[in-house]
Design a protein around this ligand. Structure first.
Ligand code: PLP
Length: 362
């Protein structure tokens, strides 16, 4: 890792930054710096550099623009209740980045390089971490192929970059359940495909289904499995949990990682938190029929989606060609809200981190 010798000139003056931080939204505003590192076949990675945030210059024949070798990650940095700034489980993102790279025939970035690059950017742009409840700096590491060549094969050059964007509360007016549309026309991921990788192309292929969900009056799309078209997999870019029963005897079911689901860090963290809270958590296949029957007979009390951006989002209404249904009374359930608070408390340093998840940077 090397940082530029002279003090970098801030791209955005402090007063303007404070104005932007007052209402950052999501993914619209970027910090002063970025981190970059290049990989060349036969040479490997060069030292990661911190530089001013700015446009890339790419030859029009650059492979990523044609064949889409592109993967990404998403994690957040939070102000800690006792002072300082920390990220949440960056090592888990680094490992997943490695798995995504392997699937897309891209080079492995050492996990410690990934984490050090995130640290370098967050430290340089620490004034960009918004303070206040549910606010954070969203950090976006990604890798693209950069060889200028139209032949179809893994590229001989890649670039790894990290950028960051301040993020406001996902639910500025309180947690509100979303409505979902079960996509029967489109498939997100098939066995042997790239569903397990955080690959850019998965998102490109999802946009039409998301548009259809919106046309049907729903907030989000729910994906079902490609083969039997029966089992629930994910909601948009988030994993799902189903709560059977209520109170301390409740069981949480989350779709098992069959190879077509993205293994969320939030999903993994919530499995641990729910088990430590005494709930039974089962990873198995969960069908749309079971979801609907449970909602109709009252045994299925809550459904929520989870991911880094929104933490936990309750699901209230489900729309499908095979019939619509409502989860309980359509409001956010108690286990959903309890787990949401518990995870946020850990991420913001409001409770002791007993699991080694909080990674202090400043
Ligand atoms: C990123 C992502 C998730 C959530 O993963 P987190 O690590 O919890 O943010 C879930 N599903 C898909 C398809 C994703 O891309």
């Amino acid at each position: 890792m090397s940082e530029p010798g002279g003090a970098a000139v801030p791209r955005i003056p402090a007063e303007e930054r404070d104005r932007l931080l007052a209402n950052p939204g999501f993914g619209k505003v970027f910090t002063d710096h970025m981190v970059t590192s290049s990989w060349t076949s036969g040479v490997g990675w060069d030292a990661a550099q911190l530089s001013a945030y700015g446009p890339l210059s790419l030859d029009p024949s650059t492979t990523v623009l044609h064949y889409g070798q592109a993967i990404f990650e998403g994690l957040k940095a939070f102000h800690q209740a006792g002072g300082g700034i920390a990220t949440f489980r960056p090592g888990a993102n680094a490992r997943r980045f490695g798995r995504s790279a392997a699937r897309m025939a891209m080079p492995q970035l050492p996990e410690e390089t990934f984490v050090a690059a995130v640290e370098m950017l967050v430290r340089a742009d620490q004034d960009w971490v918004p303070s206040g409840a549910e606010r954070s700096l969203y950090v976006r590491p990604f890798m693209i192929s950069t060889e200028a060549f139209l032949g179809v094969r893994p590229a001989s050059r890649y670039q790894f970059l990290v950028i960051a964007s301040p993020a406001g509360a996902y639910f500025p007016n309180g947690v509100a359940p979303v409505s979902v549309y079960i996509s029967e026309d489109y498939v997100r991921a098939a066995p042997g495909g790239t569903g397990e990788a955080k690959a850019a192309g998965n998102y490109a292929a999802s946009l039409l289904a998301q548009q259809q969900a919106a046309d049907e009056g729903c907030d989000q799309v729910v994906w079902i499995d490609a083969v039997e078209r029966s089992y629930v997999e994910e909601m948009g870019g988030m994993n799902l949990f189903f709560v059977r029963g209520s109170g301390s005897g409740a069981e949480l079911v989350t779709p098992e990682l069959t190879g077509t689901l993205l293994a969320g860090v939030t999903r993994d963290s919530l499995i641990t938190l729910a088990r430590d809270a005494g709930y039974r958590v089962t990873e198995r296949r969960f069908s749309v029929d079971e979801w609907r029957a449970g909602a109709e007979d009252g045994s299925l009390c809550e459904t929520f989606a989870c991911g880094t951006a929104a933490v936990i989002t309750p699901v209230g209404q489900v729309k499908a060609k095979t019939g619509d249904f409502t989860i309980a009374d359509g409001a956010a359930g108690p286990i959903t809200m309890r787990l949401r608070e518990e995870l946020l408390d850990i991420q913001h340093g409001r409770v002791p981190d007993t699991r080694g998840w909080v990674h202090r940077i400043v």
